[in-house]
Design a protein around this ligand. Structure first.
Ligand code: ZN
Length: 159
């Protein structure tokens, strides 16, 4: 169940994705919130410089490992505009982070990118729970997923 207060974090993720797009990057954004719901860190995609591992969920996992105790990590929630890829799902689980809430799913992204004629990714788009079965996952959120879809459409129509 995605609470109203959580939608605020998801909307921020979509804003961050739009910032990434405005900066010529792929539209993905994420927010890490502590147990009380306070946003602790946020990031967006930074792959345009050539390092294709610079996904926000990966950056937040590393930030959490450096800045939070294991207990704080387990109680934290990561909000994200698009479901974690396998690399980020693995990083999330390896550092012991808690729940994930996403606006749009990996399955949705695959179908949108296919429609847009985007090249196939080098990594299989597995659902988070196939990579990290212990992580509680919620999403997608339909009205926000539509916004994310529009950002991807803009990214690929600009190519
Ligand atoms: Zn990723």
């Amino acid at each position: 169940m995605v609470e109203e207060a959580e939608l605020r974090h998801l909307r921020r993720c979509v804003e961050l994705a739009a910032e990434a797009l405005a900066d010529g990057d792929e539209p993905f954004g994420s927010v890490l919130a502590g147990a009380d719901g306070t946003a602790l860190a946020e990031d967006r995609n930074r792959v345009a410089g050539g390092d294709r591992t610079r996904h926000p969920e990966f950056a937040l996992a590393r930030w959490a490992a450096a800045n939070l105790t294991p207990e704080e990590r387990a109680a934290a929630t990561v909000y994200t505009s698009g479901e974690h890829c396998p690399m980020c799902a693995a990083a999330h689980a390896w550092v012991g982070l808690g729940r994930i809430v996403y606006a749009s799913s990996a399955g949705q992204l695959v179908s949108w990118l296919a429609e847009l004629g985007a090249p196939a990714a080098p990594v299989r788009p597995l659902p988070i729970q196939e990579v990290a079965p212990g992580v509680v996952v919620e999403g997608p959120v339909p009205e926000l997923a539509e916004q994310v879809r529009a950002l991807h459409r803009r990214f690929y129509s600009a190519r």
